[in-house]
Write a protein that binds this ligand. Structure first.
Ligand SMILES: Nc1ncnc2c1ncn2[C@@H]1O[C@H](COP(=O)(O)OP(=O)(O)O)[C@@H](O)[C@H]1O
Ligand SMILES: O=P(O)(O)OC[C@H]1O[C@](O)(COP(=O)(O)O)[C@@H](O)[C@@H]1O
Ligand SMILES: [Mg+2]
Length: 550
């Protein structure tokens, strides 16, 4: 369709149509929900969109928007204000009583200017905008609400931790317990031990502020964790049998999928149980949120390993250091650790295909850096080059108990490949130092900034559950903590975008080859010598999402 010179292709064609990328979500027209008494200035000719909620929501957002600035807000601009809301217990239990929030009387909040978050406060997902661009997606702002849907005495909460470790789990755990107890007077809190399967076991552990007092100083999880063993029905039976009405679930993408299933079953059975997810992943592979807790700590700790590699290789002739970091499908730790360190010559991540031999390959680059500097440091995310490793080891796809693909040791593989190349092809002696600090990094306690972050996550989760929200996960979106529908964070994984500026910054900082560009060229120049086979190149391009460009 030809667009007129003034038309902005980003704007929806009609104010009343749901933008196509939301068509398959449960978005509802604002006019289905609004309370007419809240519309002082505007008529609701064109609807806002709200997802997943039957909570009345004031149109004053529109009024505030127009009052706050002198910009003329036309109907098109306000009609694309999309709210991806979280469910509330009153969606399926409409007669649930509410109570004044006890925080009103709390000493901590006594002089706070605005103790409670207004139901109208939203956090915008898109922070960089142009004058004409759509308002985009918004999430409910996290924080204490004026009304709560549980009295302190009737709360029976439980906490479970699942999946791999990550620095800060114990801090989140501690702060949920302390938050529930100190802010809301709750003292019936159970620890479910050993991940989801702990729901089926007889034993739970009673959690009090005293029990969890100093666990934030330790790595790991005080409650233990596991993979696999998620049986939604059995878990909800157990929640019901134990009389639990608040469930706090700390875990990664797999865990959050499990939490979403639990929430759905709870709703199906009409139980007054709030399900709150707290996203945990050292890989930072959870979408929507700014970053995951423990990630900063991991990047900081990775510096120690990179530094050690650098010291080692600088002290010998032709030193080659390889540091393997975690990152199954997402190379964030490797990318950030590289950018932070400045001692890294080359960073390899799962999202960016690379190859070893020939012009523009890794071997050539290593040789060049050895000639220039006498040493080279490579940081490798564990998921990088998995296809290569699988090819050379003729390995089968194996999975862990949760169904995650078990990775082959790409660090060892790369070490061997570089050694072989320099010994057999270049006839050059190198000093190889391979460091695998992955579990050492994952097992440490969180640093100061992650500790603060964990506290905010935990307190947001507690406020949300007490306010009757459910099926939500918490996290910062553009630095403001928000309640996000669980499904929203499980539908895709967060990965490093090669086309984003952050990866370009890394390439500019290390001056390493951009293997992708070369692959593209390789495909277009079949007469070139010493290129990887076209099959390998093609599979790399498919992985990088560039295959359709050739
Ligand atoms: N699709 C799913 N539905 C329900 N539960 C799941 C799903 N995927 C994973 N789980 C459960 O979540 C827990 C943790 O998952 P896992 O992938 O190991 O770690 P993480 O949550 O850190 O990604 C496991 O107990 C697993 O059985
Ligand atoms: O050896 P384990 O405990 O299964 O964990 C290894 C994996 O866990 C991770 O740390 C991610 O774990 P989660 O998916 O549980 O967050 C990956 O980086 C790593 O591949
Ligand atoms: Mg995971």
């Amino acid at each position: 369709m030809a667009l007129g010179s003034n038309a902005n292709p980003l704007l929806p064609l009609s104010g009343t149509s749901i933008p196509s990328n939301y068509a398959n979500r449960n978005l509802k027209s604002f006019s289905d929900f609004y309370n007419p008494t809240f519309i002082p200035k505007f008529s609701a000719k064109k609807p806002l969109f709200i997802c997943n909620s039957r909570q009345p929501f004031s149109l004053r957002i529109r009024a505030q928007t127009s009052n706050a600035s002198n910009v003329n807000v036309n109907e098109d601009q306000i009609s694309d204000f999309i709210i991806e809301d979280v469910p509330h217990l009153t969606n399926f239990l409409p007669d649930l009583p509410s109570y004044p929030n006890p925080l009103k009387k709390s000493q901590a909040y006594a002089i706070v200017k605005k103790t409670f978050v207004s139901p109208e406060d939203m956090v915008t997902q898109k922070i960089v905008v142009q004058k004409e661009s759509p308002r985009g997606v918004h999430f409910r702002r996290a924080g204490p609400r004026e009304k709560v849907y549980f009295t302190s005495e009737e709360v029976r909460a439980c906490i479970v931790t699942c999946g791999g470790l990550c620095p800060g789990i114990n801090t989140v755990l501690r702060e949920i317990v302390c938050g529930l107890n100190y802010m809301y007077g709750v003292d019936d809190i159970l620890g479910i031990q050993g991940g989801y399967r702990g729901f089926y076991s007889k034993n739970t552990i009673k959690l009090t502020p005293k029990v969890v007092n100093d666990i934030h100083k330790r790595g790991g999880t005080f409650l233990q964790t596991s993979r696999g063993g998620h049986d939604t029905n059995k878990i909800v039976d157990n929640i019901q049998d134990r009389g639990i009405n608040q469930v706090y679930i700390i875990g990664g993408d797999g865990t959050q999928k499990g939490a979403a299933a639990i929430y759905k079953e709870v709703e199906k059975r009409g139980l007054r149980v709030a399900v709150a997810g707290i996203p945990k992943t050292i890989d930072n592979d959870i979408v929507v949120i700014d970053k995951s807790f423990g990630f900063d700590t991991a990047v900081e700790e990775a510096q120690r390993a990179i530094n050690a590699a650098h010291v080692e290789v600088e002290s010998v002739e032709n030193g080659v250091g390889i540091v393997k970091l975690m990152g199954r499908y997402s190379g964030f730790i490797a990318m950030h650790a590289t950018l932070a360190s400045r001692d890294v010559d080359c960073c390899l991540i799962p999202e960016s295909p690379f190859y070893l031999e020939g012009q523009g390959g890794l071997f050539e680059f290593v040789e060049q850096r050895l000639k220039e500097n006498g040493h080279v440091v490579i940081v490798l995310a564990e998921g990088a080059g998995q296809d290569y490793v699988a090819q050379s080891m003729h390995a089968f796809d194996e999975k862990d108990a949760s169904g995650n693909r078990l990775l082959l040791d790409s660090g060892l593989w790369l070490t061997q490949k570089i050694k072989d190349h320099f010994t057999n092809v270049q006839k050059m002696a190198i000093n190889m130092k391979y460091i695998d600090p992955t579990y050492m990094i994952r097992a440490i306690p969180s640093n100061a900034s992650d500790n603060i972050y964990c506290t905010l996550l935990a307190q947001s989760a507690v406020h949300g559950a007490m306010a009757g929200y459910t099926g939500f996960t918490v996290g910062p979106v553009n630095s403001r903590h928000a309640y996000i529908p669980i499904n929203r964070v499980t539908e895709t994984q967060n990965t490093v975008k090669l086309t984003d500026r952050m990866w370009a910054r890394l390439l500019a900082s290390t001056n390493q080859p951009s293997f992708v560009q070369y692959c593209e060229l390789a495909c277009l120049s079949p007469f070139h010598q010493a290129l990887p086979s076209s099959d390998v190149v093609y599979s790399l391009l498919v992985k990088a999402g560039l295959a359709d460009q050739i």
